[in-house]
Design a protein around this ligand. Structure first.
Ligand SMILES: Cc1ncc(COP(=O)(O)O)c(C=O)c1O
Length: 407
């Protein structure tokens, strides 16, 4: 069709422009795509392909569709599978650590959908959302779409800095701005890999509670611990007051399910429901996930995943320690999909380029900051999707890249 007369830049919303639409920069800043089969790809945190429970889902989905229940293929208007909500409510099933009721859950298109729903419901132009810097870029994009202002909060080994939250709070008060939430990933953070200590969770909860700052707790990786579960969630510390939790089956089962949930006070869940315009999630996917959990298959799967990702992380760390010990600093994560490395002696950006030539692809840490100046010369390695043995090759390749740059 002739597009003459249709200038996309005059049509784009401000929010879309803020998210980069209409600009000439790449929409996915994860490095060029490539058909180079030799590349070890550590860009994206995805479940291991070999472990996707295709056979179990094929069985459950077939049964659901063969049952002839038309509801499986109809709009569900966001009401959500009641059986799945009942499962999520019960702490013994491991999806929350606080007893809740079914009206405290609502399903969305992954955790990303939860964030979009949160912003559409609560964030106005100029509202402040506090976000750990660095953080998951999808969250940043959702806030920008609502024209919210992001204030990045730095962290130490215990988690997000109370001092920086306080600074941001005082600054917002002085400027007459409303802080709508503090978004945090306390367990096995993306990209830092860190877990917030119990004492920091309590301090942050108390600080935010006293000042009316809602906490948005992203539990995307919480079930993916290698040995021991993370400390109590901020949600459970708060007994559900002033905290909204987001969860997803993307990393524990499969990203393609596009099924996540918001968990919180029933009034908040209802308000979020009322702003919804997508007519709900896919009912047969919700049913299939329910069956996968009720059959016991999920329990076996998640136990195996914890072991697998723990082994992958160990292989990667061993390979790095043996080959690159003088060139990097990092903390070993206790769960999740990521290793965050500080690069010593050379520029992380140069390492990203050289490693690509040498057969390794991963993102520069800059991509996880709103303000790249805050970056401390880091890179992120996602180990979840790469075969265990391949991870042993990472250290030697990276060492060669370091040596070439330093030569
Ligand atoms: C912290 C965090 N939250 C949310 C998401 C998005 O997950 P989903 O696939 O459920 O939208 C990701 C994906 O990488 C993530 O790392």
């Amino acid at each position: 069709m002739d597009q003459k007369g249709f200038d996309i830049n005059t049509l784009l919303s401000q929010g879309a422009k803020l998210r980069g639409a209409g600009s000439t920069t790449l929409s996915t800043p994860w490095g060029a795509s490539s058909d180079r089969s030799d590349l070890i790809d550590l860009r994206v945190g995805m479940p291991d392909r070999e472990t996707l429970p295709s056979a179990a889902f094929s069985k459950h989905i077939s049964k659901i569709l063969e049952s002839g229940n038309a509801k499986a293929l109809e709009y569900e208007y966001g009401s959500g599978d009641p059986d799945l909500k009942s499962i999520l409510c019960d702490p013994s099933n491991g999806f929350t650590d606080h007893l809740s009721t079914t009206d405290q859950f609502s399903f969305y298109n992954g955790s990303s959908g939860c964030m979009e729903a949160f912003c559409a419901t609560f964030v106005d132009k100029g509202d402040v959302v506090l976000v750990e810097g660095p953080s998951f870029p999808g969250t940043v994009r959702a806030i920008l779409r609502s024209e919210g202002l992001i204030v990045e909060i730095g962290s130490d080994l215990d988690g997000a800095s109370i001092e920086e939250i306080e600074e941001a709070y005082l600054d917002a008060v002085q400027k007459g701005r409303h802080i709508k939430a503090f978004y945090t990933i306390p367990d096995f953070h993306n990209p830092l890999g860190r877990t917030m200590s119990l004492s920091r969770r309590r301090e942050i909860f108390e600080f935010c509670q006293d000042r009316g700052i809602l906490i948005l707790e992203d539990t995307t990786y919480s079930s993916l611990y290698f040995e021991s579960p993370p400390p109590s969630s901020i949600y459970s510390i708060s007994s559900g007051v002033g905290v909204l939790q987001m969860g997803t089956f993307s990393k524990t089962i499969a990203t393609g399910l596009r099924l996540g949930w918001l968990h919180g006070d029933a009034n908040f869940i209802e308000a979020l429901h009322k702003t919804r315009s997508d007519l709900g999630n896919v009912p047969f996917i919700q049913n299939a996930v329910t069956q996968f959990i009720l059959s016991g298959e999920y329990g076996e799967h998640i136990t195996a995943m914890r072991l697998l990702y723990g082994n992958k992380c160990r292989n990667l760390c061993n390979s790095l320690d043996e080959n690159c010990g003088d060139y990097i600093e990092y903390q070993v994560p206790a769960g999740g999909f990521y290793l965050w490395l500080r690069i010593l002696g050379i520029d992380a950006a140069d390492l990203v380029k050289q490693a690509w030539e040498d057969g390794l692809v991963f993102p520069d840490g800059n991509l996880f900051f709103q303000d790249p100046v805050e970056n401390d010369n880091c890179i992120r390695l996602a180990f979840s999707g790469t075969p265990k043995d391949k991870l042993l090759e990472v250290g030697p390749i990276l060492r060669r890249s370091f040596e070439k740059i330093l030569d």
